[in-house]
Ligand binder design. Structure first.
Ligand code: PGA
Length: 264
C-alpha cells in the first residue's frame, strides 16, 4: 500500500520564533497514532530548519523535515546556495524540487530540476518532484502531455531501484495554487492517473504503483476528505493551510482516516 503523505510547504513565511511556537502548538494537536499511518512533513525556510528540527525532537512526534529547495551543486563558487550535505546536517530528510514558483520566479528549467532531483537522490534525501500546468496550458487541452513531459524530464537518468522508495510526485495545477480555486478532485485524480501511466511506461508498473503521488493547490480542511477519497491521490502538498495551527493537524487526521479505511 502506498504511504499517505501530508506535506506543508511554508514558502517565504515564518521566522524562527514563529516556527518554534507554531510547531509547539501543532504538536499538541497532532496524534502520534495518526502519524504512524501518515507521513507528516513540514518544509520551513532554510533559516528556520534548525529550529524546526529541535521543536520536532522535543515534541517526540514522527514529523519529517523538508527543505523547499537545494542546490544541484555539491560545493564551490555558487554564492547564496545551500547544498544537500548542509541540509542533512540539520536533520532534513526531504526536499521539494521543481515547485512552479521556482520554475516561474527563479527560472528553473527541466534540466536544472532534473539535476536537483539527481543530487537529492544521490545524497539520500527523499525528493518531492512537483509538476503542474498553467491555466493557458489547460485551456489549450495540453495538460496531460505537459505534465507527462515534466515528469519524464524530471526523472531522466535515474536508477530504477532508487525510485519508488525515495521519489514522491506532487501534481499542482498552477491556477489552483494559492487561489482558493481547488481543482475538481475527480479531475486531479485523472491527471494523477496519467502521471502514474507515464511512470509505468518510463519505469515499470510495479514502481509506478508503489510511488506516492500528491495533489496540491488550495488544499484545506474543508476539501481534504474529498481529495483523499480519490483512488490515486496519496496525499497533499499544502501551502497556505499548512501554516495555520488548526488546519495542519486536521489535514493529517483526514489522511489518517483514509489510511485506516484503505487498510481495513
Ligand atoms: P496552496 O499552495 O495550498 O497555498 O495553494 C500549494 C503549494 O504551492 O504547494
Amino acid at each position: 500500500m502506498r504511504k499517505k503523505i501530508i506535506a506543508g510547504n511554508w514558502k517565504l513565511n515564518m521566522t524562527q520564533d514563529q516556527t518554534k511556537s507554531f510547531l509547539s502548538e501543532v504538536s499538541s494537536k497532532l496524534n502520534q497514532n495518526d502519524l504512524t499511518q501518515v507521513q507528516a512533513l513540514v518544509c520551513p525556510s532554510f533559516t528556520s530548519l534548525a529550529v524546526a528540527a529541535n521543536a520536532i525532537k522535543e515534541s517526540g512526534l514522527t514529523i519529517a523535515l523538508g527543505a523547499q529547495n537545494c542546490s544541484q551543486h555539491k560545493s564551490g563558487a555558487y554564492t547564496g546556495e545551500i547544498n544537500t550535505e548542509m541540509l542533512k546536517e540539520i536533520g532534513v530528510t526531504h526536499v521539494l524540487v521543481g515547485h512552479s514558483e521556482r520554475r516561474e520566479h527563479f527560472s528553473e528549467d527541466n534540466a536544472t530540476i532534473n539535476a536537483k532531483v539527481k543530487t537529492g537522490i544521490e545524497a539520500g534525501l527523499h525528493v518531492i518532484l512537483c509538476c503542474g500546468e498553467s491555466e493557458a496550458t489547460r485551456e489549450s487541452g495540453e495538460t496531460d502531455a505537459w505534465v507527462a513531459g515534466q515528469i519524464e524530464a524530471g526523472i531522466k537518468g535515474l536508477e530504477l531501484n532508487d525510485f519508488a522508495s525515495r521519489i514522491t510526485i506532487a501534481y499542482e495545477p498552477i491556477w489552483a495554487i494559492g487561489t482558493g480555486k481547488v481543482c475538481d478532485s475527480a479531475e486531479a485524480n485523472r491527471v494523477i492517473k496519467v502521471i502514474r501511466c507515464k511512470l509505468a511506461q518510463l519505469l515499470n508498473q510495479t514502481t509506478a504503483d508503489a510511488t506516492s503521488i500528491l495533489y496540491g493547490g488550495s488544499v484545506k480542511s474543508s476539501n481534504i476528505d474529498e481529495i483523499m477519497g480519490q483512488s490515486d491521490i496519496d496525499g497533499a502538498l499544502v501551502g497556505g493551510a499548512s501554516i495555520q495551527v488548526a488546519e495542519f493537524p486536521a489535514l493529517v487526521a483526514s489522511a489518517a482516516k483514509e489510511a485506516s479505511k484503505a487498510a481495513a
